[in-house]
Ligand binder design. Structure first.
Ligand code: HEC
Length: 144
C-alpha cells in the first residue's frame, strides 16, 4: 500500500514537471552561439525585470492593450527602431502582426547602451529570430 501511494505521488510530480517545462520552456535554449549567449543571458534578466510585466515573460502581450513580441513582425523588421523605442518609448497607432495597437509605452532612458544591447540581443535571437549579436556600439549608433 505504501508503495502504491508513493508511486501515485511520484506520478503526479512527474506529470506536473513535464507540463511546466513545456509551458515555461527557456527561450535561451534556442541559442547555441556563445557570443550571443554572453549578451542574451543578462538580457533575459533585464527583459524579465523591465518588460515582462507588460509584454509577459513568454512575449505574448496582453490582449488589445500590449502588443506581442513572440513573434512580432513590427519588431523583427527593424532593430534600429526597436532600440530607439526602448530608449524613448512609443505611442500612437502601430500595426503588429496585422493587429492595430494605440497605447503608450514608457521610455527606458535610464538603461545604458550595453543593457539595451543585452535586451535586444536576447529578443532578436529567440522566438524564431536569429539576428546574432547586437553590440553596445551598434545601439549607440542607432541612438545618435
Ligand atoms: C507599461 C507597459 C510596457 C512596458 C513595461 C514595456 N512596454 Fe513595450 N510596449 C507597450 C505598449 C503599450 C506598446 C504599444 C505602443 C503603441 O501602441 O504605440 C509597446 C510596444 C513595444 C514594441 C513594438 C511593438 C511590438 O510588439 O513589436 C516593442 C518591440 C516593445 N514594446 C518592447 C519592449 C521592451 C524591450 C520593453 C522593456 C525594456 C518594453 N517594451 C516595456 C507597453 C510596455
Amino acid at each position: 500500500m505504501k508503495r502504491l501511494i508513493y508511486s501515485f505521488f511520484l506520478g503526479i510530480l512527474m506529470t506536473s514537471c513535464e507540463s511546466s517545462s513545456k509551458t515555461n520552456a527557456n527561450p535561451l535554449a534556442e541559442i547555441s552561439n556563445p557570443k550571443v549567449l554572453q549578451l542574451a543571458i543578462p538580457g533575459k534578466i533585464l527583459y524579465e525585470t523591465y518588460c515582462a510585466n507588460c509584454h509577459q515573460v513568454n512575449g505574448e502581450g496582453l490582449g488589445k492593450l500590449i502588443p506581442p513580441l513572440s513573434p512580432s513582425d513590427f519588431m523583427s523588421s527593424d532593430v534600429g527602431r526597436t532600440v530607439y523605442l526602448i530608449k524613448n518609448g512609443i505611442s500612437g497607432e502601430i500595426v503588429v502582426n496585422g493587429q492595430s495597437y494605440n497605447e503608450k509605452m514608457p521610455a527606458f532612458d535610464h538603461l545604458t547602451d550595453l543593457e539595451i544591447a543585452q535586451i535586444t540581443t536576447y529578443l532578436f535571437n529567440i522566438w524564431g529570430n536569429q539576428n546574432g549579436v547586437i553590440t553596445a556600439k551598434e545601439v549607440g549608433g542607432y541612438l545618435k
